[in-house]
Each structure stands twice: as C-alpha cells, then as structure tokens.
Write a protein that binds this ligand. Structure first.
Ligand code: NDP
Length: 676
C-alpha cells in the first residue's frame, strides 16, 4: 500500500512532510499509511498571513455575509462527504461513527450559518445586551458591543473527531470574523487535511481565513499576542502544559480547553429493573461505551446506580455488550471498530489495569478479543471492559483515571446525597446524565451536581424517543466543563462566537451609540419623515426616521366597547371601586391591548404599500395607566434594518406611546417586513 504524504497548508501553499515527519498507521492493520509534519514550517509567516490577509478580509464582511459563507461551505462539504467517509475508516471509525464526526460536523456548521443570520445583525458590530441608562436625562448612555479579535485562532484538536473537531471550532470562529490555524492530532490528520483541501479548493473562504498544520505545531504558541486565541481539545495534562506557556500567560492570550473527564450516568432510585427508564439506561450506557470504541470525550466512564440494582445493571449491560460485533469498521456488520492506534490500545489497557486494582472486571477480556475481518494482533482492537467498584468512596482510579476506550465502571450509591458525592468525585466533567421519571430526583441531583458539570442530560420514558443522546454535544448547547474537564466552554450557539470577539463597554451620547451600532437609541437625532414611512421601501428608509402621530382621546365608551368586543371584561377596566382597591390603578383604566390597537390606528398608513407584514412585538412595557379622558399619541422611529433577501427586509421600529403630559404610557419594538 502506498504511503500518503499529508501536507500542511501554510501561508497559501501546501507544504509536504519533510524533516521531523511522523508516521501514521492504520487503526485496522497497523500498517503505515501516511506521514505528516515538517519542522521547517515558518509559524511566524503563518500567523502574519492570517492576521494581515484573512482577518481583514473576514472583518470587512458582515455577520450575515459570513453566515452565508458558512452555509455554502457546509453544503459543499456535504456534497463531498463520501470521500471523507472513505478516508476515515482507517481511523477505526464505523459508518455510524462517520455520521457523528462528518455529518455532525457539517450539521454544526449549518446550525451556525442559520443562527448567524437569525440571531446576529447584518453588520460588523454585535450588540451584547440592552442599552444602559447612565444619566438622568438620557444624554449619556452605555451599551456593550463585541468586535472580532484582530489576530488568529489556533485550534489544537484531538484525534477522535478529525472533522467535527475542526468544524465545531471553525464555524463560530469564522462567524466571528477571525481566521483560524487548525492543528489536528497527527494520528488522524489525513482526514482533516482532506476536509481542509475540500474547503480551500472550493474557493469559498477568503485567502488567509484557514491554514492547517499537520504534525508538530513548532513554537507557534511562543508568537501569540493578546489578539490571538487558542482552543484546545485533548488530554488534561497537555492542556495544563500548553496553558502554562509563558507567552500565553504574559499576553493573557485566551486559552480554552476541553479535556477528558470522568463523565457519569446516574440511574434514579425509581428506575428499577422492569421500568422503561432501566432499559433506557442500559441502552444509553452500552451505546456510549461502544460508539467510536469509547473514544469520546463525553463517553460514560462511571455508571452510578442504586446499590440494590448493581447486580441487575451489571447483568443487563453484560448481556448487551456481548452482542457487540467487533471488527473491520468497513464491514456493515461491525458495531465497534478498533481504537485509533496501537499506542492508544496500550494506553487503554494500561489504564484498565489500574482500574482493576480497585474494581472487579465483570465483562470483557483484556488479553483476547474476537474480531471480524481483521487481524486482532495487528489492529488496535480491544474488547469492551466493564468494571464493578464495590468501594467507590475510597477508590481513586475509578474517579480519576480515564481509559479512553470502551471502558466503564459500575458503582452503587446508598441515597441521592451519596450519588451526588460520587458524581462530583470526578472533579469536573463535561456531562452527566440522570435517568429518572421522578422530577424530585432530577431536581435534587441537578442542584447537587450542576456546579461540577458543563451539561446535564435528563432522560426518561417521556423524552426518550426524541432525546439526542448522553454523548452528543449539540451546537445549540454549551460543551465544556469545569476542573478536570478543562474549565472551558465551546458551542452554545452564539456564545461560542463571542469567545472570538472582544466585549467592549461603549459609553457616549445616543447619537454616538446610534452611529456606531446602526441601532437608533432614544434621545438620538430624529429624521423627519417627508412622507409616511409606511409608504417607503426598505432601501429608502433611514435609521432614525420618525413619525409623530396626532393625538386621540380615550373615552369610557372606547373602554367598554373594547371590553365587550374582545370579551376582556377584567375588573380593572369595568369596575371603578374594585380597580381603586388595586394598588396599581387610580380607578378604571384602558386595556393595554386597547392602547396597542389605538397606537397602530394612529401610526398606520392604510393603503397597499411596501409594508408587507407585522411579524411581532418585542420588549413591550406598559409604563403608566391610561384613564378615560386621557389623550394618547405615538412616536414611531426606524430603529434598525436587516435585509432578509432580494425581495424584503425586516424593519424594527421603536414605538413610544405618550399621554397628554408627554409621559410614556407604553414602549415596544414593532417588527415588520418591508419590500426591498
Ligand atoms: P493529546 O493531548 O496528546 O493531543 C491533543 C492535541 O494536542 C493533538 O492535536 C496533539 O498533537 C496536540 N499536542 C500535544 N502536545 C502538544 C504540544 N506540545 N504542542 C502543541 N500541540 C500539542 O491527546 P491524545 O490525542 O494523544 O490523546 C491522549 C488522551 O487524551 C486520550 O487517551 C484521552 O484520555 C484524552 N482525549 C480527550 C479528548 C477530548 O475530547 N477531551 C479527545 C481525545 C483524547 P499530536 O497529535 O501531533 O501530538
């Protein structure tokens, strides 16, 4: 078999392996299939290339431009995913594993493409939270904004997810407007390199937005500045070493780590054998033990069950694990492929031996493994290994030693407090699952273990058909955990994008804030609308354009008519004496919804025109009651515009309803779609 030379992509050129290159073996056969790495990579050049070419090009784009770019990229990769599948078998992954790594990575990128367009502005400045009133008269206010870092994100990834591992970091980074240098784990870098080649050759990314280091990273971390960021996934020890880099410490370079952890799954006391929850628990644990041959940072390492159910759990799990077919991952009949390498096999077996010093091995064989379609002595195959630790309170390895393979330990708990103590002995994990149908159990465990876990997964008969699985990090939800799990956080929707941006507290006048953010702030200059704004098309409307309506009186007849018409005869609108007894009202008051309806009647332009639809109200507040005889008027201002497509865009209007004394009675944002 020919050996593949896996190139890096540095400063616009593909650089073949040379001095310092490392050999990579097939997980299935142990044969060398590739070589990667070149000590001569000029890391300073790479950083400069990203900072001076990729960064400025990305920052010129809006969040929506970048989201569209991500969508195009994800669709391109989806079209070519079969070549990634083919390359990936040699890592030991089965076709089911590919769906998690390759399709999961593409799905994550698509989710960021969608969230970027729905939850971020079509501009270069991201607003974090609402405006803050900093002065009595509103002439000085505050707002938090986020701007992309002006350096490079260095992503150091683990071997187990060569595609997802890259894309889950790359999507939020590019969406933020920051170029990336990706360094995959050498063992599986040939899959990542293929994916990077597909991306580069698509021409979808601007030059300098993505570079790749296969093999050693050299001294790149020694050249980082405060505008760079490092995101690491891998072993806790490596994370500790890298984050202690003097340059990273001196320049306070952002460093986020997602490291291995001793994740637990807890069976509720209610979930006895015979319940749907018991069966679900066995299913989830066995799946987590064997998917990717247990090489998942979220895999279940500790199985925490009621003491009285320990034997039943061991028996049910053993029955289940006995059915797992181990073999060449290319065979459709294979449930579990080999570990990534013989080194990893040695490491897993050594760690299993440590676990065996304080726990009984109750399933599996550390010496012999039956393998279909491959040579068990040449490939990195191991059997699933189940341990039972009868003394979990005094055991240490069961809570601290992660055998990164299909290895897990059952331990019994006496009561919920004990289950909490055991789960938290992991000293910080990415995820714990709780399988129970009892909401009190779920609540007690959540309060007890929440602070030690980045994610809690609750499942039972009601949710199991649609639940996404203990081990699956979802792009919507944060992924990361405290302590042993690295103390970092990834994903979690737009939260991850903010990891690559600087949050700045911006203080100034409403005009300053409006000019910088593109959002009109109350108190900023109003532009008189020459014609009714509802007669103007999306492109013709200016932020700040304002309509002041005429006033109308609210009469008792109006209130009674509205009450009868809508059926809303709540006492505060109908009964003077009862309303007076209410501390909020001086007597009968107008309905809030009546005010909204009359406000619309005051500002609307009735004829057919470019305003297509009212899609919602945001941040509605009723601020002062309105009684019969009051006069109301409305100020309607273009607050923000977001182009949606070639036909229309969203216009967000700031609406303030005032009484005859110019006191605010209601305030809200009105959302409309307006023809382009
Ligand atoms: P490592 O921590 O050794 O490697 C992770 C990444 O860091 C790889 O890309 C590796 O590159 C890189 N790296 C290692 N040393 C340096 C360095 N000095 N400078 C720059 N980059 C460096 O983990 P492994 O992949 O070897 O796995 C070991 C253990 O880590 C597993 O057994 C498991 O316990 C845990 N793990 C945890 C994962 C998680 O998702 N949390 C995932 C995978 C593993 P290279 O490959 O070139 O050495």
């Amino acid at each position: 078999m020919s050996v593949q030379f896996v190139s890096s992509f540095a400063a616009g050129d593909w650089i073949a392996p040379s001095s310092g290159a490392r050999s990579i073996a097939s997980a299935i056969t142990g044969d060398v299939i590739a070589t990667a790495g070149n000590d001569a990579l000029n890391v300073q050049n790479m950083l400069d290339y990203g900072r001076t070419l990729g960064g400025p090009a990305l920052r010129k784009m809006t969040f929506h431009d970048r989201a569209r770019m991500l969508k195009a990229l994800a669709l391109h990769l989806r079209e070519h995913r079969k070549v990634l599948y083919s390359a990936s078998f040699n890592t030991g992954a089965t076709q089911t594993d590919h769906l998690i790594d390759i399709d999961g990575g593409i799905g994550t990128m698509l989710l960021y493409a969608s969230k970027g367009r729905r939850e971020m502005p079509d501009s270069c400045v991201y607003l974090d939270g609402e405006a803050e009133q900093l002065s009595r008269n509103g002439t000085f206010m505050g707002r938090h904004i986020c701007n992309p870092l002006q350096g490079v994100a260095v992503h150091i990834n683990a071997f187990n997810f060569p595609v997802w591992g890259m894309l889950e970091k790359l999507a939020p980074t590019l969406l933020a407007g920051v170029p990336a240098i990706v360094k995959p784990a050498t063992n599986t870098c040939y899959v990542t390199a293929l994916c990077v080649r597909l991306i580069i050759e698509s021409g979808i990314l601007p030059d300098g937005a993505l570079q790749l280091v296969c093999g050693g990273l050299g001294d790149m971390l020694d050249h980082l500045t405060c505008q760079d960021a490092v995101a690491f996934t891998g072993a806790a020890q490596t994370a500790q070493k890298l984050r202690a880099n003097p340059r990273i410490i001196a320049n306070a370079v952002r460093f986020t780590a997602e490291a291995d952890s001793l994740n637990a799954s807890i069976l509720g006391p209610d979930a006895a054998p015979g319940t749907p929850e018991f069966d679900l628990f066995i299913e989830e644990v066995s799946r987590e033990m064997t998917t990717k041959a247990g090489q998942k940072c979220t895999a279940i390492r500790r199985i925490i069950v009621p003491h009285s159910d320990t034997d039943a759990v061991i028996e049910a799990l053993s029955t289940r694990l006995a059915k797992i077919q181990i073999g060449d991952p290319r065979l459709p009949s294979t449930d579990m492929g080999p570990l990534v390498s013989l080194d990893q096999k040695r490491d897993v077996l050594a760690k299993a031996a440590l676990l065996a010093t304080e726990a009984d091995q109750v399933f599996g064989n550390r010496e012999v493994v039956s393998v279909a379609g491959a040579d068990p002595d040449k490939g990195a195959f191991v059997s699933p290994l189940l341990f039972h630790c009868a003394t979990p309170d005094t055991a240490t390895h069961s809570h601290t030693t992660e055998a990164f393979g299909p290895v897990s330990t059952v331990m019994g708990y006496q009561d919920l407090d004990h289950a909490v103590t055991l789960a938290n002995k992991g000293q910080g994990s990415l995820v714990a699952s709780v399988i129970t149908h009892d909401t009190d159990v779920a609540r007690a465990l959540t309060l007890g273990i929440g602070a030690f876990h980045g994610r809690l997964y609750l499942n039972n008969r009601d949710s199991m058909q649609e639940a996404t699985g203990h081990g699956a990090p979802l792009p919507h939800m944060v992924h990361g955990g405290p302590g042993r799990a690295g103390g970092g956080e990834e994903l979690g929707g737009i939260r991850a994008v903010k990891h690559y941006m600087q949050r700045t507290a911006l203080q100034g006048s409403p005009d300053m804030l409006t000019a910088i953010t593109g959002h009109w702030h109350p108190g900023a200059q109003e532009i008189d609308a020459e014609t009714h704004p509802f007669t103007r098309r999306f492109g013709e409307l200016a932020v700040g354009e304002t309509l002041h309506s005429s006033a109308r009186e609210i009469t008792l007849d109006d209130i009674e008519h509205f009450a009868k018409f809508t059926g809303d005869t709540f006492y505060a609108h109908m009964d003077e004496e009862a309303a007076k007894r209410n501390p909020f009202f001086p007597g009968r008051v107008a309905h809030g919804y009546l005010l909204l309806s009359f406000a619309a009647g005051l500002f609307v332009e009735p004829n057919e025109g470019p305003v297509l639809a009212n899609t919602g109200l945001d941040s509605l507040r009723f601020m002062k009651p309105v009684v019969a005889g009051d006069h109301i008027k409305v100020r309607l201002t273009v607050k923000h515009k977001t182009k949606r497509n070639a036909d229309y865009g969203e216009v967000r209007w700031h609406v303030t309803a005032l009484n005859q004394d110019d006191e605010k009675i209601a305030e809200y944002d009105l959302l409309t779609m307006v023809a382009y």
